[in-house]
Write a protein that binds this ligand. Structure first.
Ligand code: PMP
Length: 447
């Protein structure tokens, strides 16, 4: 059965003629029969080209924290658009947006705006390398830091079984077209393993330009940092003069106004933001400590972008932060996301299914496997076949988490108690049906 209604199928045929696989980003291609074409979104709901309505838990891979087409942000963006967008010069609204970001974060001295998370991490890594005159980057298995060559290794697409020994992991290239030599600049380690991290720094600390980490593993299941992990990372980076980069593209402005720093109490040297900072409008930023901003200013480290700090992005940022500032959005999400997590946990228990609900009320996942996942390799224990089929059955019923078994569900302030109740009913139905068919289900990994 296809997820596409007749109009969606026609739009997809058109999109396939003019865009590679009919999409503008590879993660959006769900196969020829199931890739959807969306007409519009409003609040927590989206509508496809056939007018089919879905409660949306993808939220564009996370950014839409206030809900789709939030009137306050849309108004600010519309007003900005009528005043012109780029000038090859700093503009007032850009300064106001930067002030709002700095005030929200609390720890950062300065920022530079970019347009996407990929640009932000690319520049953050160049800054770290320029600052320390070193080349080596350490990242963690399953972490995703954008689509540029330096970070497309051992991302959440890598089969856990291909990652080599845990003691000496192999950085697995996630795309063709990356020069072979780039691999020599990257090392990978399992997330949350303090012992391996400490050993690695004993041997290589003096070579490490930067460690880039999602402080909460938002690209695989929303796995949380174990106590001591981020603290150890902080200490080792300081001792070795390696730059600690928090990639807060998903956690930033989502876990709270001060993101992962507020949630976990560890302060990086550099952090990258995007997504929830602009409620879905294209904006990103690199935030730096005072020491790093000094190094950046004096060190001849290049960062540039025609659209960086453009008025629409700045207006979206300023308006989004204004909406987030009184904490009401976070309180709502803590309540609705918490209720959804509890409800899902109960359904797994009622079915006697080994599994857990992993993460944070704002961004969590359903892990169908024994024990608690703490690192990417634990995905080998996740029953992605049951999970994927359950999610497809949910989408058919109008509730849409991402069908990728590693992706989290995202909550927005617009998700209501009624959305949560409906979602739990639909999950229960879809899960029960999937378990009943368990013997004859297709495995998506085999396709
Ligand atoms: N870092 C993280 C943690 C991300 O999740 C993403 C995107 N999902 C990126 C960087 C890249 O951001 P963008 O897609 O805006 O380039």
């Amino acid at each position: 059965m296809s997820l596409q209604g007749p109009k969606t199928a026609e739009w997809f045929r058109r999109s396939k003629r003019v865009m590679v696989n009919g999409v503008s980003s590879q993660f959006r291609y769900w196969g020829d029969a199931d890739t959807l074409v969306i007409d519009r979104g409003l609040g927590s709901h989206i509508f496809d080209a056939d007018g089919r309505e879905y409660i949306d838990y993808q939220l564009g891979f996370g950014p839409v924290i206030l809900g789709h087409a939030d009137p306050y942000v849309s108004q600010a963006v519309a007003e900005a658009a009528f005043r012109g967008n780029v000038y090859a010069m700093t503009q007032e609204i850009e300064v106001e947006a930067a002030e709002a970001v700095i005030a929200a974060l609390g720890w950062a001295s300065q920022i530079r705006f970019t347009n996407t998370g990929t640009e932000a991490t690319m520049h953050a890594i160049r800054l770290a390398r320029g600052w320390g005159a070193r080349d080596l980057i350490l990242k963690f298995e399953g972490g995703y830091h954008g689509a540029h060559d330096y970070v497309l290794f051992s991302t959440a697409g890598a089969p856990p079984a291909h990652l080599g020994s845990r003691l000496r992991p192999l950085p697995i290239q996630a795309s063709s077209g990356i020069p072979e030599s780039i691999r020599s600049y990257i090392r990978t380690l399992p997330f949350n393993d303090i012992e391996l991290l400490t050993e690695f720094f004993e041997d290589h600390g003096h070579e490490v330009a930067a460690v880039i980490v999602e402080p909460m593993a938002a690209n695989f299941l929303g796995v949380l940092p174990e106590p001591g992990f981020l603290e150890t990372l902080r200490t080792l980076c300081s001792e070795n003069q390696s730059v600690l980069i928090f990639d807060e593209v998903k956690t930033g402005f989502r876990l709270g106004l001060d993101g992962a720093v507020g949630a976990f109490g560890v302060v990086p040297d550099v952090a990258t933001f995007a997504k929830s900072m602009g409620n879905g409008f294209p904006v990103a930023a690199i935030a730096v400590s005072e020491e790093m901003s000094e190094g950046w200013r004096l060190g001849g480290i290049a960062q540039a972008g025609t659209y960086s700090g453009n008025a629409i992005a700045a207006a979206a940022t300023k308006a989004t932060i204004e909406r987030l500032s009184d904490g009401e959005v976070y309180r709502t999400i803590a309540r609705t996301g918490g209720a959804l997590m509890d409800g899902l946990r109960k359904i797994l228990a009622d079915h006697g299914m080994a599994g857990s609900i992993v993460g944070h009320p704002s961004m969590f996942s359903v892990f169908l496997g024994e024990g608690k996942p703490t690192e990417y390799r634990d995905l080998a224990r996740h029953d992605s076949r049951i999970y994927n089929n359950t999610v497809l059955a949910m989408i058919e019923r109008g509730v849409m988490p991402c069908p990728d078994a590693k992706e989290t569900w995202f909550m927005s302030a617009a998700h209501s108690d009624a959305d949560v109740a409906r979602t739990l009913d639909v999950f229960e139905e879809a899960f029960t049906e999937t378990l009943a068919r368990a013997g004859s289900l297709p495995s998506f990994e085999d396709e």
